[in-house]
Design a protein around this ligand. Structure first.
Ligand SMILES: [Zn+2]
Ligand SMILES: [Zn+2]
Length: 260
């Protein structure tokens, strides 16, 4: 058994859950501890049974509830050295476990590969999670896709990929100029178009199960992200048979995804 559930996704806060028969982990902790407990309760998971929390990077939409959860439940937090150094949250030293970017580590029976991504944080990562020959990939907060990242995403049985903004909506928004430039830049976020191009390439190589996530609240909406990605796939004449594309919910858990 290898299960994934998006609990919360978007610029308002990110947190997802992965489970095997023996191991339960959270990826990021970007909403309040109360909301995370509520989401886990809805899956009949007791937060006290978590084996660890792995952190992609130190931005608040990924760590907001971290200090409270760690203090309350003493759950080990896994992050790289630069992320811990730049974290504004207070985590007890005995709860910190350091991994190195681009080197495998394990939590219980899940093997984890943290791969570097271009984003304006200290040392941001995406994650490949492996169990029983199955691969789940979490890839958000990516300024641009390169061949190395594409290789990390390839052969996933399930992929959570960022589809953050629609460029025209962002350009016309009331965001300050510097923020627009940051989001559009090579270390910002991935647009719907970029997500579409990426998914099309991966679907050509056999990817079937995709969730689009980390949508901007102001500069995107779920139907637009979905349609942009689907149009890209269809216009490239890629076989959509058995393809499953869904959009991560912002404020509530999506259905659990179970990989056979
Ligand atoms: Zn970020
Ligand atoms: Zn983020």
């Amino acid at each position: 058994m290898f299960k994934f559930c998006n609990l919360y996704s978007g610029s308002s806060g990110n947190c997802s859950f992965v489970e095997t028969d023996n191991t339960k982990i959270l990826i990021d902790c970007g909403v309040s501890s109360k909301k995370i407990e509520e989401a886990l309760n809805s899956l009949n998971i007791d937060i006290k049974n978590l084996n660890g929390i792995i952190i992609t990077h130190e931005h608040s939409d990924h760590v907001k509830g971290l200090a409270t959860i760690c203090k309350k439940y003493s759950i080990p937090v896994y992050a790289n050295n630069s992320t811990f150094t730049n974290l504004k949250q207070n985590i007890a030293d005995n709860n910190k476990i350091k991994f190195k970017s681009n080197e495998n580590f394990e939590i219980g029976d899940i093997k984890i590969f943290p791969f570097s991504i271009p984003h304006d944080a200290a040392d941001p990562c995406g994650f490949n999670l492996f169990h029983n020959d199955r691969k789940i990939t979490i890839a958000t907060d990516i300024g641009h896709i390169n061949n190395k990242i594409l290789h990390n995403l390839d052969e996933s049985d399930f992929l959570l990929l960022e589809s953050n903004y629609e460029p025209d909506m962002l350009r016309c928004s009331n965001y300050p100029y510097l923020l627009k430039r940051r989001i559009l830049g090579p270390n910002g976020h991935l647009s719907n178009e970029d997500a579409g191009l990426t998914v099309t390439q991966l679907v050509k190589c056999g990817l079937k199960n995709i969730m689009l996530g980390h949508l901007s609240e102001q500069n995107n909406f779920p139907e637009l992200a979905y349609q942009t990605v689907m149009s890209n796939i269809i216009s490239n004449n890629v076989d959509t048979d058995k393809l499953r594309i869904q959009v991560a919910d912002r404020y509530k858990p999506n259905d659990l995804i179970e990989l056979q």
